[in-house]
Design a protein around this ligand. Structure first.
Ligand SMILES: [Zn+2]
Length: 418
């Protein structure tokens, strides 16, 4: 048995005071359960005890880590990534910086389709190695739980390969991984010339790809890129209903490029999460709130693409629970540090540091059904947590990008320390 004590943190963010079975919205999203001068005992892979240092029970032989002058908080949970892909699109980055538009690049066969060509042509070992390098950088940046989407295959064999790689990343690193089948990411090149190519692709997803993925137990959820230039509301609904019939949770890329109806569809289908949401009106926010959908904001993508930021304040006022994620992908945002994106959620989406912190811990966990494992520091929870080299968590925003994360614990093991 291994026992570690984190001694007398200047700030311990437990997230333990609000609702635990559901994501937090409105004023509750600012409730961090902040304790001063508290210690945490980790036993094997679990949090065993939390309380004031003076009340700490004796733990002979335990490793002690002095956390005076430091923050202890839950490890980060990245609830929207596409991190299994091959190759890169750095040429597109330069085109966009020179003025080209993401939707134009996509329409002319670049964008997602460029990553599909590269991913299909790459063998499993290389795909695993490239993806693992990204995952390791993300773990060193404080993230120990991940949602990973497929969507760079767009055919049965490659979608299965991507999802298998995502599962292997979990087995090899011990990171928690929830997988999502995003076969409905783009219409594949080989079907673009056919008159009924769109209908044929939707048929393949519903009757071949999703059933095979479900039979292999490779996806926890299904997602659709439901937006202008991608898939329509009717197409997205058909895919989602097929996925639901197979027992998958639903997540949706929605309202990134306009009021395309994706957010309303997410509410109608009671999806776990509606993601992006750059364009959202009061009735759409109310629909999300009433349906209990988590609004997942991806401000890194707004930064990289030069798009507007989602209005976080309006979502807080409307009582919609908010998660924040990287959207780590080869084109529109390859940022890997969720801590950096947390700061962007403050500067761009106007969340307060406390709201953004809940968005990358408890609320993200809820959207992935991981909220009884990670996202809070309480006895019985998995010992996934961070030690920050500062006494004030707001420095994650104030000094965004600085190397403040001094230790990363995953399942009770220190996997990174500086
Ligand atoms: Zn995405």
């Amino acid at each position: 048995m291994s026992v570690t004590v984190l001694v007398e943190a200047a700030q311990l963010l437990t997230l333990a005071d609000g609702p635990k079975d559901s994501p937090r919205a409105g004023p509750a999203q600012r409730e961090l359960g902040l304790r001063r001068g508290h210690s945490v005992i980790l036993r094997d892979d679990r949090v065993a005890w939390v309380g004031p240092e003076r009340e700490r029970p004796a733990t002979p032989g335990a490793a002690e880590i002095d956390c005076r002058g430091r923050v202890v908080m839950p490890a980060l949970i990245d609830s929207h990534t596409h991190l299994v892909w091959a190759g890169d699109r750095k040429d597109e980055l330069e085109l966009r910086l020179a003025g080209a538009d993401y939707e134009q690049i996509f329409a002319t066969g670049g964008g997602i389709l460029a990553s599909v060509r590269q991913t299909r042509a790459t063998d499993d070992d290389t795909l695993l190695a490239e993806s693992r390098a990204r995952l390791e950088r993300m773990r060193r940046s404080g993230t120990t739980s991940f949602e990973i989407k497929s969507g760079y295959g767009l055919d049965l064999a490659t979608e299965l390969r991507q999802l298998r790689v995502a599962r292997r990343l979990a087995e090899e690193t011990g990171a928690r991984v929830r997988t999502t089948c995003l076969a409905a990411h783009a219409l594949p090149a080989e079907l673009r010339e056919h008159a009924d190519g769109r209908a044929e692709f939707i048929r393949r997803i519903c009757s071949e790809i999703l059933p095979s993925v479900a039979a292999a137990g490779l996806a926890d959820a299904c997602d659709v890129f439901c937006d202008r230039g991608a898939f329509s509301i009717d197409e997205a609904r058909e895919v989602c209903l097929a996925a639901r019939a197979l027992g998958m949770q639903l997540r949706l890329h929605a309202n990134e490029f306009g009021h395309t109806g994706g957010a309303r569809l997410a509410a109608e289908l009671r999806a776990r999460s509606a993601d992006h949401l750059l364009h959202l009106d009061d009735t759409e926010r109310e629909a999300l709130r009433a349906a209990g959908v988590v609004a997942t904001l991806l401000p890194g993508t707004s930064l990289v693409l030069g798009k507007p930021y989602a209005d976080g304040r309006a979502l807080v006022r409307a009582g919609v629970p908010i998660a924040v994620a990287t959207d780590c992908n080869p084109g529109s945002c390859a940022l890997e540090s969720l801590a950096m994106v947390l700061a962007l959620a403050c500067y761009g989406c106007k969340l307060s540091p406390a709201e953004a912190l809940c968005a990358v811990t408890h609320n993200a966990a809820c959207s992935l059904d991981l909220n009884h494992e990670v996202g809070r520091i309480e006895p019985g929870m998995s010992a996934d947590l961070l030690v920050l080299a500062t006494p004030d968590y707001r420095d994650l925003v104030y000094h965004a990008g600085s190397p403040l994360i001094s230790q990363v614990f995953q399942r009770g093991h220190c996997i990174w320390a500086v």
